[in-house]
Ligand binder design. Structure first.
Ligand code: URA
Length: 238
């Protein structure tokens, strides 16, 4: 049987502000649950994903944890406190930020593409920990044409500045003379840019297109986000 909880605490835990703020929303009749206005902050509801509610007319579904994907646009930063650019968190509804959603790994300010966000610590650890080797695929546009020897070099391992060991790409495929798809198992600081610099070239544009078996949909425009489905969650971890 699903646990039950009063509406005031449900809204609070789902990111709609302090308990007092949530109580006010409820008594002011700003909240509906499963299609009906509920003005009783102490009314109890089962905590499962059949619980649908609206707050100020906006529809929500109860979620124990949030899992989502975003197509990160260029010129956004992946931190909360940014200096020069807006943060990607401004692209999300406020309740998600309020409940502590965070991005899983970071992309540079000028990198675009697939980024995952969640408030589930175990999931974040599983996807970001180098131990779990979740592969990530990047579309890398380089300044100069890449030779077959360059691709072989990335696959056999390049030595990065300030790193002891050589670092290898899991896979590299050529898309055009200057564009490759490169698969990496780790996510070291500026890793793609440093690997490409190590073969004497330079990254002109960088886009992450896949994490595990989850691909950034062609239909998702930069700046858009969506919830991850159960199948997406399996794909990320496979
Ligand atoms: N490697 C980079 O150099 N930058 C990124 O944003 C991601 C991977």
């Amino acid at each position: 049987m699903a646990k039950t909880l009063d509406l005031e605490r449900i809204l609070h835990r789902q990111g709609f502000g302090t308990r007092k703020m949530c109580r006010i929303l409820i008594v002011n009749e700003e909240v509906t649950v499963n299609g009906e206005v509920c003005d009783d902050p102490d009314a109890k509801f089962a905590l499962d994903d059949t619980l649908h509610f609206t707050v100020n007319g906006e529809a929500w579904q109860y979620r124990e944890h949030s899992y989502l994907m975003m197509h990160k646009p260029a010129h956004y930063e992946c931190t909360h406190k940014t200096q020069f650019h807006p943060t990607i968190y401004t692209l999300l509804p406020e309740p998600l930020v309020e409940r502590g959603i965070q991005c899983i790994g970071r992309l540079d300010e000028d990198t675009t593409g697939l980024i995952l966000l969640s408030d589930d610590g175990q999931f974040i650890h599983k996807v970001s920990s180098p131990k779990h080797h979740v592969p990530k695929v990047y579309e890398v546009t380089c300044k100069h044409a890449l030779s077959a020897a360059d691709l072989a070099h990335l696959l056999s391992g390049v030595k990065l500045l300030d790193e002891e060991e050589t670092i290898t790409a899991l896979a590299v495929t050529s898309v055009s003379t200057t564009v490759i798809h490169m698969t990496l198992a780790e996510g070291k600081y500026h890793q793609v840019k440093r690997m490409i610099a190590a073969i004497g070239n330079r990254v002109e544009a960088l886009k992450r297109i896949k994490i595990g078996q989850l691909t950034l949909p062609d239909t998702m425009a930069a700046g858009e986000w969506r919830w991850l489905s159960a199948e997406d969650l399996i794909a990320v971890q496979s």
